[in-house]
Design a protein around this ligand. Sequence first.
Ligand code: BEZ
Ligand code: FE
Length: 299
Amino acid sequence: MTTDAPVSAEQQRREEELVERVLRSFDGCADPRLATVMRSLTRHLHAFLREVRLTEQEWEAAIAFLTAAGHITDDRRQEFILLSDVLGASMQTIAINNEAVGSATEATVFGPFFVEDSPEISIGGDIANGATGQPCWVEGTVTDTTGRPVPGARIEVWEADDDGFYDVQYDDGRTAARAHLFSDAEGRYALWGITPTPYPIPADGPVGGLLEAVGRSPLRAAHLHFMVTAPRCRRLVTHIFVRGDDLLDRDSVFGVKESLVKDFVTQPAGTPTPDGRVVDGSWSRARFDIVLATEEEQR
Ligand code: BEZ
Ligand code: FE
């Protein structure tokens, strides 16, 4: 156990001398950026260790935690990204690197479930391909920050089914609830998806154990992922969230931004659909207008 007893002057001198020695060890680093990062990491890491007066048992537990994270990580599971996500480090890095530009749509966490080469659908097509859930019509425009339409923007969309699983979490090789489409000459797009439902991030590993130990839920607020790319525009990786979802203020990876919370309006069974599709039962609809920053607007 540590005590809150004040640290003696001699003890402080020894601790500070060690920090200085570690800092000096980077003096020969030929890469100035690497030297800056390593010196800052050293200062903050040592400040943390000294502030909490880390015990040797706690240090061993931390090493065991990181070792377990390494052991569970493979081509399909990345526990270190998950750790970064639940500590808010992923979102902070995204915030730093997607500077606010006028009305440009805000970015949020990428997540581990994006897959290259998704099927292409035409405007108004359905991404579900057998994924279960309430049908949901999503429409909007892609424009730049001056309001000019962005035609031909590639819009990737992916989401979990209503059991909370992405297609890649099933063992049968299915491709479902993911697709891409292109905005039309006026920048418009529309698609059928499924109304997003909350689901837990993978919680059967050390990160799940950490969340449990600190009394936090692994649940993510319900969301629909987007990645939008267009020539001369900054790539946008984002989601839209469902207004009214209880989890909006305790998303396990801190991904929610107020500007990304949208109305998903339930349409009772029998309500005519925008494209004349016949839907069995109720459906929902949402609007998401996407604003891309141009490359010149990015610093
Ligand atoms: C996701 O939204 O797919 C996700 C994001 C972060 C961690 C796990 C899942
Ligand atoms: Fe997700």
